[in-house]
Design a protein around this ligand. Structure first.
Ligand code: SF4
Length: 365
C-alpha cells in the first residue's frame, strides 16, 4: 500500500494543567498536519501553547498536573499515539521521533562524554557495534561542524560552548535517524550568527535524511528559510496557517501582521520601526469566549469579544480565524508586507458565516 504523504495528524488537541489556582487550558483544540519529509513551523509568543503541543507529541505530558483531554488525537502514521502503551512510547521516542530542546546543557548528561551519548543512540536504535558507533559518532560530530571531532568526542558537555552543545544535540537527534524531529526553540539562547549556522545544519540534515520537522519558535524570522508551512498560535489556539509565502506576504490575521512587523528586515536597513504588541495575552485560567486576541487587537469589533471566529479558507491550505473576513465586516487596509492589498470580503468568507453569524451592528466598530 502506498505510504500516506502525511506522517502526523494532530486533531483537536486539548491540554490542561491543574494548578492550585485552577485549570490552565494551555492548548485548546489545535489541529495540523505534518507532511512527510517537510517542515512545519509553529510560531507564537511564549506561553501560547506551542511547547506544550510539542511535549504532547513526544508523550511528555505527565499527570496528575498535566492532562490531555478526551477526544484529542495525535495520529502518527495513522495510529493514535495517545493510546500507546509505555513500551510503544519507548520505541516511538527512540526510533521514530526525536526532539532538540532549547537548553542543550540541561538535556545532555553532564557526567557522560559527548561521544558516548551519541554512541548510545547509534547502538540502541541503529544496532551498530561499538566500533561502528564510535566511527559514526565522530563522523556525525564532523557533520554538524565540530572541529577536531576525535578530540571533542572524549570531552564532557561543560567543555563545549552553547552553540557547540546545540550541535551535539543535533548529532544525537539524527543518530536515531528519526522520521519526525521536533526542534523546540533550538536557537533562542544563541547569538544571531550561530543561530543561522545551526538552522543551516538542521535544514541540510533534514534534506539528507528526508526527515519531517516541527520547528517551534517565537521568532518568525527564524522559520523563513526552513519551513514550507507555518501555523501561528496565540493563547492555546492556531489563529492562522498557510505556506511560508502566504504567511509572509499574504497574512490575513492581525496577530500574524503584528508578528511580521516585529521581525527585522534587511532590505529596509535603518528605516524600519520594529513593532511590539501592546498588552498581555489572556489568562488561560479563564480564556475569553471570543477571539483570544481581542484585548490587544486594534481592529476589534463587538462580535470579537463574544464569539470565536471560524476559519476562513483562502485556498491552498491558507486559513485564518478572524471576524474581519466575515462578509459584513468593514474593509481594512492590510499592512504592506510587500504587495499592499485590502482585506476584501472574499467569496470563501461565506464559510465564516456559520450558525449564529453576527449582525451588522456586531461587526461594526
Ligand atoms: Fe482582531 Fe476581531 Fe480578528 Fe480577533 S477576530 S483578530 S479581535 S479583528
Amino acid at each position: 500500500m502506498a505510504e500516506s504523504p502525511t506522517i502526523l495528524k494532530v486533531r483537536d488537541l486539548r491540554v490542561s494543567y491543574h494548578t492550585y489556582a485552577g485549570e490552565v487550558k494551555a492548548v485548546r483544540g489545535v489541529s495540523f498536519d505534518v507532511e512527510r519529509g517537510r517542515a512545519i513551523a509553529i510560531v507564537g509568543e511564549s506561553g501560547c501553547g506551542k511547547s506544550v503541543t510539542a511535549k504532547a507529541i513526544m508523550g511528555l505530558i505527565k499527570g496528575p498536573q498535566g492532562e490531555i483531554k478526551q477526544g484529542s488525537e495525535i495520529l502518527y502514521n495513522g495510529e493514535n499515539i495517545l493510546d500507546y502503551t509505555s513500551k510503544q512510547w519507548q520505541a516511538y521516542r527512540g526510533d521514530d521521533c526525536a526532539i532538540i530542546f532549547q537548553d542543550a546543557l540541561a538535556a545532555l548528561n553532564p557526567t557522560m562524554r559527548v561521544g558516548k551519548q551519541i554512541m548510545e543512540n547509534l547502538i540502541a536504535h541503529r544496532h551498530m557495534s561499538k566500533d561502528e558507533a564510535k566511527a559514526e559518532a565522530i563522523e556525525m560530530l564532523r557533520r554538524v561542524g565540530i572541529p577536531e571531532p576525535e578530540k571533542r568526542f572524549k570531552q564532557y558537555p561543560h567543555q563545549f560552548s552553547g552553540g557547540m552543545r546545540q550541535r551535539v544535540m543535533i548529532a544525537i537527534a539524527f543518530a536515531c535517524d528519526p522520521d519526525l524531529l521536533i526542534c523546540d526553540e533550538p536557537t533562542t539562547a544563541l547569538d544571531v550568527t550561530i543561530q543561522s549556522q545551526i538552522l543551516d545544519i538542521i535544514k541540510d540534515l533534514q534534506r539528507e535524511h528526508d526527515t519531517s520537522v516541527i520547528m517551534i519558535t517565537h521568532d518568525l524570522g527564524v522559520v523563513a528559510n526552513i519551513a514550507q508551512t507555518i501555523a501561528v498560535m496565540y493563547s492555546g489556539v492556531i489563529v492562522e496557517r498557510g505556506t511560508s509565502e502566504d504567511i509572509f506576504y499574504r497574512a490575513r490575521h492581525p496577530y500574524t501582521w503584528a508578528l511580521i512587523e516585529s521581525v527585522p528586515r534587511l532590505d529596509l536597513k535603518n528605516k524600519q520601526e520594529l513593532a511590539s504588541i501592546p498588552g498581555m495575552p489572556p489568562d488561560l485560567l479563564n480564556p475569553p469566549a471570543g477571539c483570544p486576541f481581542s484585548t490587544r487587537c486594534k481592529y476589534c469589533m463587538a462580535i470579537c469579544k463574544e464569539k470565536m471566529p471560524a476559519f476562513t479558507d483562502f485556498g491552498n491550505g491558507h486559513t485564518a480565524a478572524c471576524w474581519l473576513h466575515h462578509p459584513m465586516a468593514p474593509k481594512v487596509d492590510m499592512p504592506d508586507h510587500d504587495s499592499p492589498t485590502t482585506v476584501a470580503p472574499a467569496a470563501e468568507a461565506a464559510s465564516a458565516a456559520t450558525d449564529g453569524a453576527p449582525t451588522e451592528k456586531e461587526v461594526s466598530r
